[in-house]
Design a protein around this ligand. Structure first.
Ligand SMILES: NC(=O)c1ccc[n+]([C@@H]2O[C@H](COP(=O)([O-])OP(=O)(O)OC[C@H]3O[C@@H](n4cnc5c(N)ncnc54)[C@H](OP(=O)(O)O)[C@@H]3O)[C@@H](O)[C@H]2O)c1
Length: 335
């Protein structure tokens, strides 16, 4: 049964130049969709704003299909089933999946996962128990190959992925130093148990600051950001260090490529292993990752933060806020 005949949606109306602007998006009303044959009608409760969406609205193909101008924005979302024409799902159940930024959406039942609200708050399906959590868990453990006693530096450390990486590294016995953009975030990282934290806006020169916090050098680098901080970290890496290249947010809004320092001499002489990844490569193992992260959460070893924007109309602002570091932990929009 359709619960409403009106719904709102957020469309992309221009390819952003540099930093996206709210006027690159349009919030408008549209007729609420019907419940699809064999599918579900879902009322969106949370939508996720993620840095990778910048690549999807850049007007060119990356590792995910672009969202063309005129289309409705989409990302990971959580919602409540309000009508079902599928025997597997009942009205009132909560589901997660990739869908359009709309109040109401018709979804294919085969493309959503049921969420157990009794296990953890449903919003965690977009954060610590969702894609960012899996990025932290698999990207760090599989590519940085951490050993107890080793030193990890993680950039973007107060965000959804970075805050999880640092805490996992502490669980595994590493010395952990995080990099973030404000004094409040530095204090937050220390409250999570990080051994050291750098404010990249003020703690310069980076090389000296990091060297003081990493007296035994750096064995693992989980890079969410790129740019000059990465140049400085590479200079301090130990022989046979491992670098997981997760994100390069410092350059997502650049109009021309910034090659910066050439890293290959450091990679050669220190015999570094540097590997980029897209988390979907471990998609088949997400249940294992979720189980481990949920167990650490339950044991109180992992904590998470959310920055929640209210209302569908705030989605463009929430997305743009990622590039100004407005969020601590996972940035979400609650409808
Ligand atoms: N490879 C994959 O499969 C995969 C999957 C998920 C995410 N990622 C990447 O992982 C990174 C973190 O993603 P997330 O979802 O956890 O986002 P997030 O860290 O929660 O949010 C983005 C953060 O980046 C920082 N930032 C923004 N512009 C910056 C700049 N110019 N220089 C330095 N820091 C900047 C901001 O924090 P400050 O206040 O500290 O500046 C901001 O809070 C992103 O690069 C994303 O693209 C990759």
């Amino acid at each position: 049964m359709i619960m409403t005949d009106q719904s709102r949606r957020v469309r992309l109306v221009a390819v952003p130049e540099g930093l996206p602007k709210e006027t690159d998006f349009l919030v408008e009303e549209h007729a609420a969709p019907e419940c699809p044959l064999d599918g579900l009608l879902v009322k969106t409760r949370y939508l996720s704003v993620d840095p990778y969406l910048r690549g999807r609205i850049a007007g060119k193909k990356t590792y995910v299909d672009p969202i063309p101008v005129g289309n409705v924005m989409e990302s990971g979302c959580v919602g409540e089933v309000v009508a079902s024409r599928n025997g597997e799902f009942r009205v009132g159940e909560m589901v997660a999946g990739l869908w359009a930024w709309q109040d109401y959406v018709g979804v294919d039942a085969g493309k959503v996962q049921r969420i157990d609200a009794a296990e953890a708050p449903v919003s965690t399906a977009l954060g610590i128990l969702g894609m960012p959590g899996m990025t932290a868990y698999f990207g760090f453990t599989e590519l940085c190959l951490p050993k107890a006693g080793e030193t990890l530096v993680v950039s973007g450390a107060a965000g959804a992925v970075g805050s999880a990486v640092g805490q996992i590294a502490k669980i595994l016995g590493c010395h952990v130093v995080g990099v973030a953009g404000t004094a409040e975030k530095v204090a937050y990282l220390k409250s999570l148990g990080f051994d050291g934290a750098v404010n990249y806006r003020t703690d310069k020169p980076y090389g000296e600051t990091l060297a003081a916090l990493c007296p035994n050098g750096i064995d693992c680098y989980f890079d969410n950001v790129g740019g000059e901080m990465t140049d400085a970290v590479l200079g301090l890496m130990n022989t046979r260090g491992r670098v997981a290249v997760c994100g390069q947010i410092a350059s997502y809004n650049d109009r021309k490529e910034d090659i910066g320092h050439r890293p290959y001499t450091d990679i050669l002489v220190k015999q570094l292993r540097v590997e980029g990844f897209i988390v979907s490569r471990w998609g088949a193992r997400f249940p294992e990752g979720r189980k481990q992260m949920a167990a650490w959460l339950k044991a109180g070893l992992l904590r998470y933060e959310e920055t929640v924007y209210k209302g569908l109309e705030s989605a463009p602002r929430a997305f743009i806020g990622l590039f100004a570091g407005e969020n601590t932990g996972k940035a979400l929009v609650e409808l």
